[in-house]
Design a protein around this ligand. Structure first.
Ligand code: TXA
Ligand code: MG
Length: 330
């Protein structure tokens, strides 16, 4: 079973032990403001291979390279002016920028899945300190078995990967609760590759121009990890439920009146106050709880699509999508 170190109580030893495990080529589970990540040296093929092995994830899926700050990121990736402005506005924070690799970039092709671009993000809090102390970027997908719901607590990580890794760093519940928003700037066009923990409206307000959603660009979804079925609970998932079928678990939002609620096997509310931020922070933990109840499936009440609602609706749509054999989502 993995050692779990509480960062708040043992900050210095958490950093030292994590650096030691990373230097040995083994991955470490670390808290970030979005979800817990399974981190390994992004310049080492053996270390990155261990991430794929532990998660059971296919190799063609590129990983995000986490940096300690813009200065480190500029050693590995090339910034156009809009991307740099976004980095300055939102890092550290839940924003990933897909950028061309810098010449001679030491990010290993196993991290980029052989692409000539790299997804770069500067996480908040302890993860940033760890990268600074380690001195190299960390490749980190969410710290869950491939295709499962992302972890937002050390307990979630332990339940899923505890017998496969050495070390889990416990930083308490993830504040944002959904993965980072992924943006790619292509000439004059700013494209959304994945909705996430930073609302698109905030990005648009910051740069003063529109962000193109995948539908409006007409291009195929370009973030290669964006396969339809993802974040899959074992139970069947139904969206925009106007009523509850007997024996279903209801996941509500903002105390809506949903017909047949009295027939539900159990009820949760992502945010009784109707806060999309709170709903995002609670989403994965509540999906996991709902999935542990024996039921006829999970029904989600309608959730508004603005702000963080865009990411929430994206994740629950993936949870509801048909599950192909050999689901290879990350
Ligand atoms: O919040 C997060 O982003 C979390 C935490 C741990 O930082 N990480 C995360 O990583 O969600 P992951 O591996 O689940 O998502 C990585 C996704 C890929 O599936 C792909 O969609 C996109 O990032 N991506 C990475 N590099 C890319 C590239 N060069 N071009 C296009 N998309 C890329
Ligand atoms: Mg993931």
């Amino acid at each position: 079973m993995a050692d779990i170190i509480d960062i708040a109580r043992e900050h210095a030893s958490a950093l030292a032990r994590a650096c030691q495990v990373l230097a040995s080529g083994e991955p470490v589970a670390m808290p970030t403001e979005t979800v817990y990540g399974l981190a390994a040296d992004a310049t080492s093929p053996d270390a990155i291979a261990r991430i794929y092995e532990v998660k059971g994830r296919p190799r063609f899926n590129p990983l995000i390279a986490h940096m300690s700050g813009l200065a480190m990121a500029e050693r590995y990736a090339r910034f156009d002016p809009v991307s740099r402005a976004l980095a300055e506005a939102f890092w550290p924070g839940p924003l990933t920028l897909v950028l061309p690799l810098a010449e001679g970039s030491e990010i290993h092709p196993l991290c980029t899945a052989g692409l000539d671009s790299v997804g770069v993000r500067v996480p908040m809090g302890f993860a940033g300190e760890l990268i600074q102390a380690f001195g190299r970027p960390l490749a980190a997908p969410s710290a869950n078995m491939s295709g499962k719901v992302s972890p937002t607590s050390a307990e979630h990580v332990a339940a899923d990967l505890g017998d496969r890794i050495e070390l889990i760093l416990d930083g308490g519940p993830s504040g944002v609760g959904v993965e980072s928003t992924i943006i790619k700037v292509e000439g004059d066009v700013v494209r959304l590759l994945r909705p996430g923990g930073l609302a698109v409206e905030e990005i648009e307000a910051s740069i003063g121009r529109p962000v193109m959603r995948p539908e409006t660009t007409g291009a195929a979804i370009e973030a290669p990890g964006m396969l339809a079925s993802h974040y899959a609970p074992a139970a069947a998932v139904r969206l925009n439920a106007q009523d509850v079928v007997a024996g279903e678990v209801l996941i509500n939002f903002g105390r809506q009146r949903i017909a047949g609620s009295d027939r539900a096997a159990a009820m949760f509310d992502l945010s009784t106050e109707g806060s999309l931020r709170e709903a995002a922070a609670n989403l994965f933990a509540i999906m996991k709880q709902a999935d542990q109840i024996s039921s006829n499936g999970i029904a989600f009440a309608p959730i508004p699509g603005h702000g963080l609602g865009e990411a929430i609706n994206d994740r629950i749509a993936r949870a509801a999508a048909p599950r192909p054999e050999g689901n290879d989502a990350g």
